[in-house]
Ligand binder design. Structure first.
Ligand code: ATP
Length: 319
């Protein structure tokens, strides 16, 4: 439903997007991640037809966004960064205006607005000027305009930015509820959001894709994937660490202590499953185990490993 090939954008000397190739199918919720300035918003603006690319193309349900703009935009719901709207209008007036622009009138407009208002729970503020709304409600007005025409493709730039935890949860549920019938792209800085709603994650850095996979595939690239941690009295940590090192699938062991307890973590070779061997050893050796758990992996670790953020930050702080 979304086909992107060689998409490129330059701003003077800066190449914000450096040749992105990406296809998104119906049923996918793609999390678009990357450090600040990586090119996420610029890519989304080009895909939604708000910015002309310098190279490459984006097609929405087969319609080129540059040469067949109206047909492509009819099929897109777009929530821009910050969710701009007309501040003097109320949500009711704004959504009526959007419905008109989208070609709805009469009963069809009423029903489309009613659906969008219901899904984004805007009822309590429908007649209050948008300017006076809280950040969360402003964002929901933006969401309502994006979904009003029930588009097959949704492009949302940080849809849960500025929402409180309850509202974040509600918006994630809304996205999941729409996912089966649509192709959805969301940019986010919240890695837990990717695990909560995305079927696929793409990480970009300096305008290029540096990772693309399901959240589970990305987690499998983390050093903590299948790592097993045992918490026990600190006096036993050294002996436990030595024993764990002897297990054939263990690549390394690390320990840390706090308040008389030690956490001993065994890292697997090549992502091997350690939990059974480690639990069997703990039982056999009668270790005084307080906690024992395995990890799926850490997305933030993978994010740091594939992006240059830390290197750039370190360079900047040295100069
Ligand atoms: P963030 O996570 O901070 O929102 P992003 O990944 O969305 O960042 P973009 O906003 O796409 O990044 O910006 C990519 C690069 O392009 C940055 O270096 C930014 O300063 C630059 N850029 C974006 N828009 C413009 C513009 N209109 N004029 C000049 N440079 C721009």
């Amino acid at each position: 439903m979304i086909e992107i090939a060689g998409l490129t954008k330059r701003f003077g000397p800066i190449t914000a997007v450096a040749g992105i190739d990406l296809n998104v199918d119906k049923g996918e919720v793609l999390g678009f991640l990357g450090p600040n300035g990586a090119g996420k918003s610029t890519t989304m603006k080009m895909v939604a037809g708000f910015l002309a690319p310098d190279g490459g193309y984006a097609r929405i349900c087969g319609h080129d966004i540059e040469t067949d703009t109206l047909a492509a935009q009819r099929r897109i719901g777009y929530l821009p960064e910050g969710a701009p709207a007309y501040p003097d209008m109320t949500p009711r007036q704004f959504l009526k205006f959007i419905a008109q622009v989208r070609g709805f009138d009469g009963a069809a407009a009423k029903s489309a607005i009613g659906d969008a208002v219901g899904k984004t729970e805007l009822d309590p503020v429908l007649d209050q000027p948008i300017d006076t709304l809280s950040k969360g409600f402003k964002r929901r007005v933006g969401l309502a305009q994006a979904i009003l025409h029930d588009p097959p493709v949704l492009i949302m730039d940080e849809p849960t930015d500025g929402l409180d935890p309850n509202q974040k949860h509600a918006v994630r549920r809304l996205i999941q509820g729409m996912a089966r019938e649509k192709a959805i792209v969301i940019s986010t800085h919240l890695l837990e959001e990717v695990e909560a709603v995305c079927t696929r994650a793409v990480i970009i850095d300096r305008g290029r894709i540096v990772a693309d996979g399901t959240p589970a595939q990305l987690l499998a690239r983390s050093r903590h994937h299948n790592a097993v941690t045992i918490v026990l009295p600190s006096g036993q940590a050294a002996a436990v660490a030595a024993k764990l090192k002897g297990l054939p699938e263990v690549a390394g062991v690390e320990q840390s202590t706090s308040n008389g307890s030690a956490a001993v973590t065994a890292y697997p070779k090549g992502g091997a499953l350690l939990i059974e061997d480690v639990s069997a050893m703990a039982a056999r050796e009668h270790w005084d185990v307080k906690e024992l758990y395995a990890e799926a992996g850490r997305l933030d670790e993978v994010f740091r490993a594939v992006t240059t953020h830390d290197a750039a930050w370190a360079r900047e702080s040295r100069t």
